[in-house]
Write a protein that binds this ligand. Structure first.
Ligand code: ARG
Ligand code: GLU
Length: 722
């Protein structure tokens, strides 16, 4: 019933929809035919929905993979070459890097298959199919059931569906919620485990413009890295082995050398992670006006310290490169998001919508019964949620923002196991072994003076912004005994702790026996994290959970109500890390009064930005030479320049990094890697005037591979379309 109800609402709309062009929307591939194909064709698409997603024959979906846990990647050759962003391969590249082999700085190119580098732990996941299972998942669920009970039944039903598939196929299955728990789909996948690094440009190409240009247009970043999927000799996914062979995919993408121009139809196919487009105004206000500013301030402090040390030596720069990038990325995103909401009057717009919603609800007794009081309930719940949400933010961002404290939290399981009356030695030994490995990883990129400065800075912010009981107990000590001398307190913690010293902690683990957990209990860094974790568990967790349950249940009803109220509107589900299609046109935008951006950048812009003094804007001599000689080969645009990036009105989000961008023929024209700053609020509210995704022009990728790196032999396994 419910399923039909939902599909019906969705599909009846596509018929009504005549005034094309939406720009907004992340669409379910399996519903493309019913919902979007007509519009996509009207916008210029020449292929069919069946070409994009089919379970009957090979289709484009067979060449798109979730890369690691957070990015998208695509297969571009018959031998399983996998293309993604430089920033998605960054940790892998960084892990292979040292001062002697600085692949981050100099790039890396395997000149033969034997030189391709394995990356233990890195996976790539292919979606085999997706099917709607709402009816089965909601079996036994009633409308007035408590949220916890509802979740229990849904969980049980979902498990059954997953188990059934996993027992009868070689694949994995996961049931996912769409439309805020109004609809469910099972996603069937296959995960590859031997993913080798094939090539990465130097950072001054792959991360050109660095964090200064991040989230910004005009952009000149060659944000790509290249991997290869290997499988066992039987063609099935397998852990790394020398005997593994390159994967032969069902489909791989032809690459277009034709480029794009203003107005061209494009679509993006990938894995957006999380969006929240249907929230009430109160929720948007909490995020944009309260949470973001605080998180920005905390991150600001960390970034400044990272930067200061990175400038001191190449070694420190490498150590902290990935950490800084991680912190800085969402720091800047949050700034853009809050500004964007303000600029588009997002909260006012939501409030105006809520007014008409109220009117609609009050227009019929039946609706009043179903939806009356919904918005007031939201308001009250968000008011209650606010202090908890904000202090939870401080716990994780400021409390656990010190590396030492976060590292100390990894020892909790060991302590718990050791404390037990009849401690299980096998379990403890296993944990010790795990920790020894984790110690190696931690100290490879750790530098005490950075972390000490971070700790002192974050404790200050935390102490000044939060009141008891919303800050952990160790602040009493800081306030009373240390008289708020954060540096003195930090010195004390580092002097007394054994966790900041690799030799000490390794000795400790080498000679570990259950009784020794007491030493950790006395360790000041361990104590800090314990107070943080316990405070969260005791004071927040329950409260946050129950408030979030309340919001989930309100949201589910509100979602349904919004759809019922606007039958002429075509709805798409919020992103939930499932494969989606989004489409739009190549188009510029106006970021500010009197300013108009055109939709593509060229190598000329790289030369304009060049600054040998600033790390992010150094241009390699070899690239300069190619520029001077205009040696662009077949990769030049018809206008004679070499295009680097372009923007279009595709609705993308985090997780869409690395996503393939296609032209009307379904040929690969680029790799998505970012959004324009003015439009980063699109996770909450989309504004077609300024929301643009940023794509690496595929011709720049080919140019770097061929002309710059001399790895043109890789082109032999690809299919280029002229
Ligand atoms: N902003 C892009 C994305 O969210 C690119 C991130 C690359 N990281 C960086 N700090 N420059 O992931
Ligand atoms: N760079 C982002 C990512 O890593 C994509 C940009 C965005 O959030 O739109 O997924």
């Amino acid at each position: 019933m419910r399923k039909n109800y939902f599909l019906l609402i969705l599909i009846s709309l596509s018929v009504l929809l005549s005034n094309a062009y939406a720009g907004e929307g992340m669409w379910i591939p399996a519903l493309l035919k019913q919902l979007n194909e007509k519009e996509m064709k009207a916008m210029g698409m020449k292929i069919s929905a069946e070409d994009i997603y089919s379970v009957n024959h090979s289709s484009m979906k067979d060449a798109i993979l979730l890369f690691g846990r957070g990015c998208t990647s695509e297969i571009i050759s018959k031998d399983g070459l996998l293309l993604t962003n430089h920033h998605c391969g960054y940790s892998a590249i960084q892990r292979h890097s040292s001062v002697e082999h600085d692949y981050l700085t100099n790039g890396f190119w395997a000149m033969s298959r034997s030189e391709e580098l394995p990356n233990p732990g890195l996976t790539a996941t292919l979606m085999i199919r997706m099917d709607e299972v709402t009816d089965r998942v909601l079996q036994g669920v009633t409308d007035n059931m408590a949220e916890a009970e509802r979740n229990r039944i849904i969980g049980k039903n979902a498990k059954e569906i997953e188990k059934e598939i996993e027992e009868t196929t070689p694949y994995q299955a996961k049931v996912k919620s769409f439309f805020k728990g109004n609809s469910y789909w099972v996603i069937v996948t296959q995960t590859f485990k031997d993913i080798r690094l094939v090539g990465a440009p130097p950072s001054n190409i792959g991360k050109f413009g660095g964090d200064t240009d991040n989230w910004m247009w005009p952009r000149h970043t060659g944000d790509f890295s290249l991997f290869r999927i290997y499988v066992g000799p039987d063609g099935k996914p397998a852990e790394y082995s020398e005997d593994n062979v390159p994967y032969q995919p069902k489909y791989y993408f032809p690459i277009s050398l034709k480029g794009v121009k203003e107005g061209d139809f494009t679509f993006v196919y990938g894995y957006p992670a999380r969006t929240n487009e249907y929230l009430p105004a109160d929720a948007v206000a909490l995020i944009a006006e309260k949470e973001n500013p605080r998180l920005i301030k905390i991150r600001d402090a960390r970034i400044k310290i990272f930067k200061k040390y990175a400038e001191q030596s190449p070694e420190l720069r490498i150590k902290y490169a990935a950490k800084e990038a991680r912190v800085a990325n969402y720091w800047k995103k949050m700034i853009g998001q809050s500004r964007g909401i303000k600029r588009m009057h997002g909260i006012e717009k939501k409030r105006a919508f809520e007014n008409s919603f109220e009117q609609w609800v009050n227009g019929s007794p039946e609706r009043k019964k179903k939806y009356g009081g919904l918005l007031t309930a939201f308001s009250e719940t968000y008011k209650q949620l606010e202090p908890y949400k904000l202090s939870a933010d401080y716990l994780w961002e400021a409390g656990m923002g010190t590396e030492l404290v976060l590292f100390a939290s990894r020892f909790n399981t060991l302590v718990q196991e050791s404390k037990k009356r009849d401690a299980d030695t096998a379990k403890i030994n296993k944990e010790v072994k795990k920790l020894k490995k984790s110690v190696q990883g931690f100290f490879k990129d750790y530098y005490v003076p950075v972390d000490k400065e971070v700790m002192a800075a974050l404790l200050k912010i935390y102490n000044e912004d939060m009141q008891f009981p919303f800050k952990p107990g160790f602040f009493h000590k800081i306030n009373d005994k240390f008289k708020n001398d954060y540096k003195a307190y930090t010195d004390y913690v580092f002097r007394k702790s054994l966790l900041d010293n690799r030799d000490k902690i390794e000795d400790f683990l080498d000679g570990y026996s259950p009784k020794k957990y007491k030493k950790l209990m006395k360790d000041p860094a361990f104590k800090m994290q314990r107070e943080i974790v316990e405070m969260y568990k005791d004071n927040y967790n329950q409260k946050l959970k129950s408030l979030n349950h309340r919001i989930d249940s309100l949201m589910r009803i509100y979602m349904r109500a919004q759809m019922e109220m606007q039958p002429e509107k075509r709805f798409y589900p919020d992103a939930n890390f499932t494969l989606r299609v989004t489409y739009g046109d190549v188009s510029g935008y106006s970021p500010a009064d009197a300013v108009q951006y055109i939709p593509y950048t060229t190598l000329n812009g790289i030369m304009e930005k060049e600054n040998p003094e600033i790390y992010d804007y150094v241009v390699e001599p070899r690239l300069k030479k190619l520029f001077k000689e205009k040696d662009f080969g077949q990769y030049a645009d018809a206008d004679g320049t070499l295009h680097v990036c372009f923007i279009a009105s595709n609705h993308t989000s985090g997780g869409n990094s690395g996503s393939p961008v296609f032209d009307a023929d379904g040929n690969l024209v680029g790799v998505n890697f970012d959004r324009c700053w003015e439009g980063t609020m699109s996770d909450l509210m989309f504004d077609p005037n300024v929301c643009r995704n940023i794509t690496l022009d595929i011709r720049y990728f080919l140019f770097v591979l061929d002309k710059y790196a001399g790895a043109g032999y890789l082109l032999d396994e690809m299919k280029l379309v002229k």
